[in-house]
Design a protein around this ligand. Sequence first.
Ligand code: SAM
Length: 280
Amino acid sequence: MRPPGSPTEHPRRTLAALGLSPRKALGQNFLADRNVAGKIVALARSFPPPFLEIGPGLGALTSPLADAGAPVVAVEIDRGLAAHLRARLASAGVEILEADFLAVPEREWRSRFPVGGTVVGNLPYSISSPVVLRLIELRVRFPRAVLMLQREVVERLCAGPGGKEYGILSVYLGVLAETRREFVVRRACFHPAPDVDSAVMSVRFVGEYPEALVAALRTVVRAAFAHRRKTLRNASVPFLPGGSAQWRELLRAAGIDPAGRAEDVPPAAYLALARAFAGM
Ligand code: SAM
């Protein structure tokens, strides 16, 4: 008989054998399609090991990643799932960390990934933005990521200027990374099936930007997008001692039309604005 949780078993059966049920609050929609898991793992393996998996769940991605012989550290917040995976995958070279990914300090990743690594994750919807922001902070340690998220979220993260999908996170990633929407995964591929489809994206952080410049980018982009419908010249800029007049000067210095709107400004122009603001 196969042990509960073998890669060929449907998540419904594994959960039943373990006496667990999916926890909605933790975004537990388990991937039940082995072909999709194989595609995601193949994509992840096109980037360098070792791997950090966020939210391994029942191990749909963890097992095939580990089968490839690559070291894997998987961080799972759910105690029952973490215990199950630890028992099942310890001998496969997988280290299970029972923790909230968002609360793991950088020094932990430094010691576990001294030469860096690649992130893989089928992420819970409710924490997708905080996870992406955290990955931006950790970009030097983890310069590559393969992420499955709600399809609409992937569209937003990969969006270019000129539409309502383009927002703060699209700008950050547009400046700091190359992103690619890889493929769509239908809702029927999960147990339980969510209300929406998912998509897989890859992220390659590129370039070296000092933290002070990234902080300046955050400040100007948040100000620009705080009121999307207003023209840029009317943004609220309490962080500037010279107020609106200084803001308009900075916009002009960056080649941005103060009569334009936040969603029409390309990432490179926001970077120029951040440089003008930070004097860098
Ligand atoms: N990777 C598995 C798969 O593809 O079937 C599970 C994906 S499920 C969408 C998300 C997983 O992330 C769940 O196992 C959930 O318990 C875990 N999770 C939720 N919030 C987390 C957090 N803050 N830190 C780590 N894991 C988390």
